[in-house]
Every structure is written in C-alpha cells, then in structure tokens.
Design a protein around this ligand. Structure first.
Ligand code: APR
Length: 236
C-alpha cells in the first residue's frame, strides 16, 4: 500500500446497507418493489406528480432517522488523519456521509433532503412532505417543486468537478455500488486510463471488475475500516 496524495471514493447504496437503508438491486431492493419508470423518470414526474412525491415523501422519515455506519466513519477518520486529500463522489441520496462528518462530498444523483423548483431553479432543504400543491417560496408558483434527485434521463451533477478529480487522484476506491448505472459506472475506467490505482469493496465482484487492481470482498462496515488502517499505516 503506497502513500497516496489524492484519494477519490465512489460510494453506492451498499455503503448505507448496514445503516438499514435498502439498496436498489438486491432481493428486496427498491427497484424490485417499484418500477423505475413510475418513480424515477422525468416523464413519471409530469405524468403523475403526486405518485412520485409520495415515493420520496415515504422515504424521507427513514433516511432522516438513519445513522452512519463504520464505513462512513472510517472515511471521516481518513479525512482527519491522512496526509493527503480525500474526496467523496456518492450516488446515494441519503445524507449519511454528512452525518458522519465526511467532507468534500459530491452527490452526483442529488439529495433526498433537497427540493428544486422547476420554474425558477431555486433549491432548498426540507425533510417534510412535498406535493403538487406545495408552493415555491421563491417564485410563489404551485406545482413546480420536484425532489432535487437526478432522475433517469436527467444529467448527473458535478460532472466537470468529477472529471477533474478522476484525472488528478492517485487512488480510486469504489464502495458498495453494482457498477451498472452510467456515468458513475464508467468512472473506474476513466481512472484506469489516467493510471490511477483502483480498489473495489463489495459483497461480490461487480461487472466492472476488470478495471479494479484489488477486490476486497466483504461488508463495507468491516472492510473499509481495515483499508483505512492500512492507508494510515503508510502515511508517514
Ligand atoms: N457492503 C458492501 N457492499 C454492499 C453491501 C455491504 N454491506 N450491501 C450491498 N452491497 C453491494 C451490492 O453487492 C451491490 O453491488 O452494493 C451494491 C448496491 O448496488 P445497487 O443496489 O445497484 O445500488 P447502486 O450501485 O448505488 O445503484 C446506482 O442506480 O438506481 C440508480 O440512482 C440509483 O444511485 C443509484 C444507482
């Protein structure tokens, strides 16, 4: 394990699984109990706004109450003690990285506690329910509010910043993502193109496994703290 200057994490639903938050594609995953087309596309939002709002309204209380696990806390320990920069790109809409006091977080798919007005673009934080009758506090229009979550067919956030991070980092660590949704699924290939060392932590090898130099098979809450200890040991 060599000494790295800039470490970039990509996290997916698997890092939050041990906090009790369902992933998307496991047996009882979110996408097994709902059709993506009905709750996570812009067409669904315009076709049946309140059905989409209900899906995210129902999700908010559990995410509000959820607690970060040892994997999130291991990243905090690394950020606080490592003599290098540590960045996090997360596909997750939960706020467990923030709750764990992680820094340098980029939510590529948005956040459950943010709402955006499709009329004026105003973004604000809320953990409460939103409906088609909610009024934008900025432009005072009704029926223009949408969860600030990137739906399928919409463009992911922070892409310019992420492209730059993939170029300048020297270690890329993927934690708890199935690697099937682009552009995030392609980040490891970009990192490899730039000669970055790549590590994957997952319960099982994923479809991207050719691009990872090292596979750590196991739970994020167990394996990420171990990896952080190894990185800190090589920190002097
Ligand atoms: N530790 C490590 N990995 C885990 C754990 C765990 N405790 N539990 C599950 N995993 C792994 C699974 O093996 C799987 O590879 O986490 C991954 C979760 O995959 P998905 O459910 O597909 O979630 P994710 O990769 O984050 O999905 C990406 O797809 O639907 C969209 O916008 C949504 O951000 C999401 C994106």
């Amino acid at each position: 394990m060599r000494k790295y200057k800039k470490i970039l994490f990509l996290t997916g639903a698997g890092i939050s699984a041990e906090s009790g938050i369902s992933t998307f594609r496991s047996e009882n995953g979110l996408w097994n109990n709902h059709r993506v087309e009905d709750v996570a596309t812009i067409e669904a939002y315009y076709k049946n706004q309140d059905y989409v709002h209900d899906f995210y309204n129902n999700m908010r209380p559990d995410l509000w109450n959820s607690k970060p696990n040892d994997a999130h806390l291991a990243i905090t320990k690394l950020q606080q003690n490592y003599d290098g920069e540590v960045y996090i790109v997360t596909q997750n809409i939960d706020t467990l990285h923030e709750k764990a006091k992680n820094k340098n977080i980029y939510h590529i798919h948005g956040q459950i506690n943010q709402i955006v007005c499709m009329n004026c673009g105003n973004i604000y934080e809320t953990w409460g329910d939103v409906t088609s009758e909610s009024i934008c506090c900025n432009c005072n229009l009704m029926g223009t509010l949408k969860p600030n979550i990137v739906f399928f067919g919409e463009y992911p956030l922070y892409m310019d910043k992420i492209e730059n991070l993939l170029r300048i980092c020297d270690l890329f660590i993927s934690v708890g993502t199935s690697g099937v949704v682009y552009p995030a699924a392609g980040f490891v290939q970009t990192a490899k193109y730039y000669g970055v060392d790549t590590i994957e932590i997952n319960l099982e090898p994923t479809s991207n496994n050719l691009y990872f130099d090292k596979h750590i098979v196991g739970k994020a809450g167990v394996e990420l703290p171990r990896l952080v200890e190894a990185l800190l040991k090589n920190n002097d």
